[in-house]
Design a protein around this ligand. Sequence first.
Ligand SMILES: [Zn+2]
Ligand SMILES: [Zn+2]
Length: 878
Amino acid sequence: MSETLPTRYDFASAEARWYEFWEKKGYFKPRPGKGKFVVMMPPPNITGILHMGHVLNNTIQDVLVRWHRMRGEETLWQPGIDHAGIATMNKVEQEIAREGKTRFDVGRDEFVKRTWAWKERYGNTIIEQLRRLGSSADWENLVFTMDPAYSRAVLTAFVELFNAGLIYRGKRLINWCPRCKTALSDDEVEHEDTPSHLWYIRYPLADGEGHIVVATTRPETYLGDTAVAVNPDDKRFAGLVGKRVRLPLVNWERKDTEGKPVPPEIPVIANRAVDPGFGTGAVKVTPAHDPVDNEIARETGIPLVQVMDEDARMTENAGPFAGLTREEARERIVAELEKAGFLEKTEDYTVPLGTCYRCRTPIEPLLSEQWFVRMKELAGPATEAVRSGKVRIIPSYGEKIFFNWMDNIRDWCVSRQIWWGHRVPVYYCDECGEVFASVDAPEGCRRCGSAKVRQDEDVLDTWASSWLWPFATLGWPENTERLRKYYPGDVLVTGWDILYLWVARMMMAGARFMGEMPFHTVYLHGIVRDERGRKMEKSLGNSPDPLDLFRQYSVDGVRMGILFITPEGRDVLFSVKSAEIGRNFANKLWNAGRLVLLNAGGRFAGLPGSMRLEDRWILSRLERAISETTRLLGDYEFNSAVRTLYEFLWADFCDWYLEAIKPRTQSGDRSGVDVALFVLEAYLRLLHPFMPFITEELWQALPNKSGESIMISPWPEPTGMSDPDAESRFSLLQEMVSGVREIRGTFGVPRSAKLSLVFRDSRDALALARENLALLGFLAGIEGVSESDEAPAGSALIPSKVFEAYVPLSGVIDTGKEKARLEKEIAELSAQVERIRARLSDPNFLDKAPQEVIREQKARFADMATKLERLRGQLERL
Ligand SMILES: [Zn+2]
Ligand SMILES: [Zn+2]
């Protein structure tokens, strides 16, 4: 036990030292206790690099698990890491590209081997970084989604759904990334408004009577049109429905997906899906390349003509355009249509361009054979769980979004044409045509016994493994002890962006395979954005490296800072200033701890038998901080909890209490220091979940700690020292001190000048001031208090709702000079106030200025107006 601490807190050393200590002691493992608390860490990708989103997500989880652990619950924070199919393949493909090769040159087996090697080399980076953050997860049980046991779970789930008829293969229009050469689910497509055009193309009527003009954003696909559609209620086209139009330029044979020829004369049909307000009201129908058109084809039976392939190049059906890329084809086709007089006009138009969420390549809707999961059947219990309140989503407006998605749920395309992942466990018999699913590779066909069976080439969507996370990490499908003990868990902490992709699916999987929801609470935090509200992205250079921030501001500083600025349930506008706030707070805490320890002389004498007002006050404030923090954590209000703790230390403890006990301590009375030790010890435990390192470092130095680590010491309980009377009395003293300090500032009264207080009609306040005159003297330089029936001339009034007290200033300052100074200040200030008032009533300004500027001006106006009023009052009194 050291009696003094170094002047400066060496956070880097403390972080390394304590993390190692905690881990060596096994504190991160669940320890038997009363009750249980289980959190599943959203597994980062093996390609992941720690960003501010991870920092926020894992800080919140760490706060929760450290809190529950201190409350004596058996606490498991289950960590893991995701194989991230497409993302990881991209990394290895980049490596191979440097050798001038593609993955197809290398071959499947070799490619998978290289991907494992990549994983061994780089895959643990993010885990190391999460450890730097102080995360107290059960690292010994780290799970990787491609571990043999986990893989078995993925295949077991697939086979079970397959055998239950919930998985089917179908040729469907799916989102295709021509670069990754794989299908993507709807949720893996990002839409971005992109400037483009609307082309108006003339389709001549087959009977020679004029033409119909259709508007399209994708002229290159018109070669695959098999109809023109109009809305049935659109009177403009009433006579045309049932007629045929001729596709311009097409004088070659097109074939549909079954190989049947499709003529260039196509019907005009009526369909409710057509928006009469778009373009001319007539649209081309290209069922092989557009999801809406695909639906129309399904209803009407019109054929599907595919004009683009998996490389996004034009097919044979495109006649002379075959072999062109989609971009080349667009340019050529528009030019030829124009040359031949079929292009009526071109307009500027913004399209919500869909791009691959991994590589940003524009996706192509493409017909493809894929595996699908029937979701309607699985969605029911998950929806019901949220509706009945069995699963709570925080903030509650997340539920609306959840229901909206669940009510419109579509079948899930789970196959991907990539090589890194769990291979679809479906086998085809070349002998008898049997198709069956099996977890283990079969010896032969389950129907005819033939050895000529081949496995499906596709692998499963990454989410088709992570949707099993809450139980596959615990050993499912084996009935392990961990599974029995820790399923279902408690809270899932994640971002809005994966509510559908992951959270909803985990609930469906939980209901289906475990018969129980995997958690009772989903806590959704906002996305971390930059100060201007933009998403943080490498290309924008607005995404700070958390490890740099750790080095500069300490891990605790960054953790505290980000929670300090994260509004509950909304996006976070992150700036480095927040880390500064955290670091400054850590310094404040360090200095406070140092001062108390310095005066404690290495021992704690217990709480004093008789206590002064300020002692009873700080103990009552502590009591309040304990119950507030506990309540706020229970309500997942991390921001308010952090602010409560911040205020307590900074204002109550440092600014008031440590100041108030100085005279006592200096005179050799240690009672104040003992109270301070008591408060500090409990406070450090309250703060520990948020700032684990500095709290441990300080706590270990306290003479009144008990136990081997703050991490496993009990969460502070209310001590019964709540004292509302002491709080209200002390707050009156605070008003007096602050009032006098402000008057000193306003009138430039030197620090050394002693002042007095004159009360009028304020018996209780007067008595209180008399009793605490020593304190008032030390904190505000008050050397006397008295009473008067009238406001003394030449005095300043202390603003208070409870008492009326004056500080006489004649003789202390030159009132004439002060009056003149005040008058000048008032004149300047009122001129400024007028200028702002004029600006704020100028409609031109209000129209054009950004909202934040207007808000800022209004706030300034209010501030200045108040100040002006106060100065006028002061002047009057003089
Ligand atoms: Zn892609
Ligand atoms: Zn067979």
